[in-house]
Design a binder for this molecule. Structure first.
Ligand SMILES: Nc1ncnc2c1ncn2[C@@H]1O[C@H](COP(=O)(O)OP(=O)(O)O)[C@@H](O)[C@H]1O
Ligand SMILES: [Mg+2]
Length: 357
């Protein structure tokens, strides 16, 4: 999978060469190139505007589409890891349901707004009371993004508001951890759970963006982005753009420089040495990474990810994961020294003995 992917000129795919000449002028109108504004973050530029364009989590998204078509939205909570499209989904849903009334019929608040109990009592309540003329059966929507960062008091105040104005207003909450939303609110809402995106889904989107932006990339460069993003589309798109702006070319070297992570190939080598019980060589590899300035946590996080996908006997793999996990725990408790990593390598070499079992 090391072959280079050529840059693709998208203007050729937009030009419809076979179109009959009489609509040529129209086609010409369409072709007029809008100047590329280099500084728009790609995250925003490529934020889907329709539910259909959202990648992954098909089941949850199709439920949302169903609500949008029916026009009858219950209060909802979308929970899931960062960067999987929660905020985007809520915005698409609101836009699809309310169309032109989006501006006056949607109140959007996220963690950057103050959302203590006073805000619930004033701003949210006032919006819920306000009159907006909407098509029959539609409701105003209050979007509370990152709702898990609302104080408990504010959430308590919210549950009453939810009920009082249920005739005219619906709430859409997005959060990372649904257990930080108090029970009474959870029971008033339909819960939609999003999960991380998988590698194919990330790859497909990255390739689309890379082609549209005429980025020069190699397939292993995109693989590197996917490796570092760990199912987070926001991070993937951000890293793609940073690499392009920083280096102009997306290959794995550049990606790991931008993301500031140890290169997984070095880590792979290190694990291979451990499997061969060659502690000296494994230690050299680790020492090299340490001198490059990576912290124990950086190194451990990549060791863990590489080990999970490394093909070795399942028994050894589980033993390795256990040892890495234990070291992770010690490091996170504050014992962050090279000695911890050395001891991990020694233990991995020992475990590799299980090869004989
Ligand atoms: N499922 C997805 N499909 C397409 N783009 C996505 C998806 N998830 C995230 N993105 C991209 O990442 C950015 C951040 O997504 P967002 O919806 O804010 O994530 P979060 O789940 O953290 O709220 C969006 O602007 C969009 O470009
Ligand atoms: Mg969000």
């Amino acid at each position: 999978m090391l072959e280079d992917v050529d840059m693709i000129d998208i203007s050729s795919s937009v030009t419809k060469e076979n179109d009959p000449p009489n609509i040529q002028t129209k086609v010409n109108d369409v072709i007029v190139k809008t100047p590329v504004i280099k500084h728009t973050p790609w995250l925003e530029k490529y934020r889907p505007t329709k539910l259909d364009d959202i990648v992954g989590n098909e089941e949850a998204v199709s439920r949302l589409s169903h609500f949008a078509r029916q026009g009858n939205l219950p209060n909802i909570i979308i929970s899931g890891p960062p960067g999987c499209g929660k905020t985007t989904s809520v915005l698409c849903l609101a836009r699809q349901m309310l169309g032109d009334s989006f501006r006056e019929a949607v109140l959007e608040m996220n963690a950057s707004n103050d959302r203590g109990i006073d805000v619930v009592r004033t701003k949210i309540k006032m919006f819920a009371q306000s009159k907006v003329s909407l098509p029959k059966g539609r409701h105003k929507i209050i979007i509370l993004d990152e709702a898990d960062s609302m104080t408990e008091g504010a959430q308590q105040a919210l549950r009453r508001t939810m009920e009082l104005y249920s005739k005219t207003t619906r709430f859409a909450l997005a959060c990372n951890a649904s257990d930080k939303i108090i029970e009474p609110i959870q029971s008033r809402c339909a819960m939609l759970r999003y999960s991380k995106l998988n590698d194919e889904q990330l790859l497909k989107r990255l390739v689309e963006i890379a082609k549209t932006e005429q980025v020069s990339f190699t397939s292993e460069g995109l693989e590197a982005i996917i490796f570092t993003a760990q199912g987070d589309m926001r991070q993937a798109i951000n890293n793609l753009q940073s690499t392009v702006f920083g280096f102009g070319h997306v290959n794995s070297e550049n990606v790991f420089k931008v993301c500031d992570e140890p290169h997984p190939i070095l880590i792979r080598d290190m694990i291979e040495k451990c499997l061969k019980k060659d502690l000296d060589e494994a230690y050299k590899a680790m020492n090299h990474l340490w001198r490059l300035g990576y912290t124990a946590e950086d190194i451990l996080s990549v060791i863990m990810r590489v080990t999970k996908t490394y093909s070795m006997s399942e028994f050894i793999q589980l033993e390795f994961i256990r040892e890495i996990g234990l070291t992770y725990m010690r490091v996170s408790q504050g014992v962050e020294s090279q000695l911890q990593l050395s001891s991990l390598l020694a233990r991995l070499c020992e475990r590799a003995d299980a090869n004989l079992h």
